[in-house]
Unconditional design. Structure first.
Lengths: 114, 115
């Protein structure tokens, strides 16, 4: 079974631009979560989607948004990029919601904002 | 609010030596506790988790962790470290919110293994 895939793996943008990151979960998984990883703040939860609905959102500004499609694939969007948005963005999928469902992580998308 | 502290930023051990990575948490109720490992350029992989029951939890790759409620700790151990264990290790705590799980991660401990 293929793992979680994230595209693109690397991305360079300039301040003020917007970016869309994509995540394809493991086949059959219906929950997708997004995390931001930076040296300064560590790993932080962004949001969680299940059956095309956002179930939870972390403490991030409205510039960060996401969505999930009927095939469970998910995208996250960051508008008006800031230097501080440079990070590794990780996507994780699980069969269902709740801590009993193991999250499987993708390799991440490395975003650099210049 | 929930929080996790991993007091050691870096740990250096010799191959074959034992390992203990510390994790202290703050959570209002019985926590869900996790240990993850991240190799360079990779995502996170779950090593083990604790929800309830036996406080000594066995995980993959020969790792185990012990939940100590009185000390609010969930330390990760391995009796004999292999060079391939060199990686970043994250402890996480979380509770349920509307059936979902919102984790809080520690800042991570980087494990360096000397031959």
């Amino acid at each position: 079974k293929a793992g979680v895939t994230q595209t693109p793996r690397y991305l360079i943008k300039t301040r003020g631009q917007q970016v869309t990151l994509s995540c394809s979960p493991i086949s059959g998984h219906r929950s997708v979560s997004w995390y931001q990883q930076t040296p300064g703040q560590g790993l932080q939860f962004l949001f969680e989607y299940f059956s095309e609905t956002q179930r939870n959102k972390g403490n991030f500004p409205g510039r960060f948004s996401g969505r999930q499609f009927s095939n469970s694939r998910s995208e996250m969007n960051v508008s008006t990029l800031e230097l501080g948005d440079s990070a590794l963005y990780l996507c994780a999928s699980s069969l269902d919601v709740g801590p009993n469902n193991e999250q499987f992580f993708g390799p991440g998308t490395r975003l650099t904002v210049l | 609010a929930q929080s996790v502290t991993q007091p050691d930023i870096h740990i250096t051990v010799s191959e074959g030596a034992s390992l203990e990575l510390r994790c202290n948490y703050s959570y209002g109720a019985t926590p869900y506790l996790f240990w993850y490992v991240q190799s360079p350029g990779q995502g996170l992989q779950l090593l083990l988790k604790y929800f309830s029951g036996d406080t000594l939890v066995q995980g993959i790759k020969g790792f185990e962790a012990e939940f100590k409620r009185s000390q609010s700790s969930f330390n990760l151990r391995k009796p004999s470290v292999h060079w391939s264990d060199a990686a970043e290790y994250f402890c996480a705590v979380g509770g349920a919110s509307g059936g979902s799980y919102i984790p809080t991660f520690g800042r991570g401990t980087s494990l360096i293994v000397h031959p």
